[in-house]
Design a protein around this ligand. Structure first.
Ligand code: SAH
Length: 253
């Protein structure tokens, strides 16, 4: 199925090779083939292969990365799956609504679906890469699913959103969206300027929370590439003015 070619399953630091195999098997069942592994434990190996059953091609083609950013740099839509609520609330969807978006988007552009560590899920920094958080509704006092099971549920909902494809119109309509790499460069630039104009100091908890809230705001807008270029142009103009002002009024002592 064409829409599924653009879907990438990203497992972040999966500790148990068996879970990598189970995820690959679920992917093969549901027709998804792009697997990215960030610092996997014990991979490749016999355990992953055994749990993958016949899905060895997915494991063979899996790409292994040292960090998340290069694994999603070309993605223009990123979902993070999580069993937990967060201190700063993130836009959250239930699996079906999320995967309907993924199926529509995946007709034209790469979609990343992130899955966290067995021990502690996704970090806040990883969450900041996501446009939406997805929580699979389960019992509130036993909310954590096995990693392979979580992959299976998400991809099942994805597949259900694709057949027939009657209701799916390509998204985005006419303009390229900003990629994950564009967004990360923008956030780094924004942070630099905010520190430069002494709006924040870059170290404190307040500054971290500010950064996270700004990230949430811009991720929610899901800007086009061109819009991010425009925002970066504004930041560059601010930087230029600050340099000019400093030259005209050098601080003494
Ligand atoms: N103890 C971890 C749970 C990790 S389970 C925590 O507190 O977050 C491993 C991964 O499976 C999670 O990071 C998430 O990607 C996925 N997962 C497990 N349960 C889920 C749920 N109810 N909804 C969405 N994703 C879930």
């Amino acid at each position: 199925m064409k829409a599924l070619n653009y879907i990438r399953v990203v497992l972040i630091e999966p500790t148990h090779a068996g879970n990598i195999g189970a995820a690959a098997r679920a992917m093969a069942n549901m027709g998804v083939s792009q697997l990215a592994l960030i610092r996997p434990g014990d991979f490749p190996g016999p355990m992953a292969a055994a749990r993958a059953a016949g899905a060895h091609r997915i494991l063979e083609n899996a790409r292994v990365f040292d960090s998340l950013d290069p694994a999603i740099s070309d993605c223009t839509l990123v979902f993070g799956t999580s069993a937990r609520l967060r201190s700063i609330e993130w836009p959250t969807l239930e699996p079906r609504a999320a995967m309907q978006k993924a199926a529509a988007h995946g007709l034209t552009s790469t979609v990343g679906i992130l899955f966290g560590r067995e021990s502690r899920g996704l970090s806040n920094e990883e969450l900041e890469r996501c446009h939406h958080l997805v929580r699979i509704p389960v019992e509130s006092d036993f909310s954590s699913l096995n990693l392979g099971a979580a992959v299976m549920i998400m991809l099942y909902e994805l597949r259900r959103s694709v057949p027939g494809q009657e209701n799916i119109s390509p998204d985005p309509p006419n303009q390229p969206l900003a990629s994950a790499a564009d967004m990360q460069h923008y956030y780094a630039h924004l942070q630099r300027v905010l520190e430069r104009i002494e709006f924040c100091d870059g170290q404190s908890t307040r500054s971290t929370r500010l950064h996270r809230k700004l990230t949430r705001l811009f991720n929610r807008a899901h800007p086009y590439h061109e819009e991010i270029q425009m925002l970066r142009g504004i930041l560059t103009a601010i930087e230029r003015k600050v340099v000019q002002a400093n030259m005209e009024n050098p601080k003494t002592g």
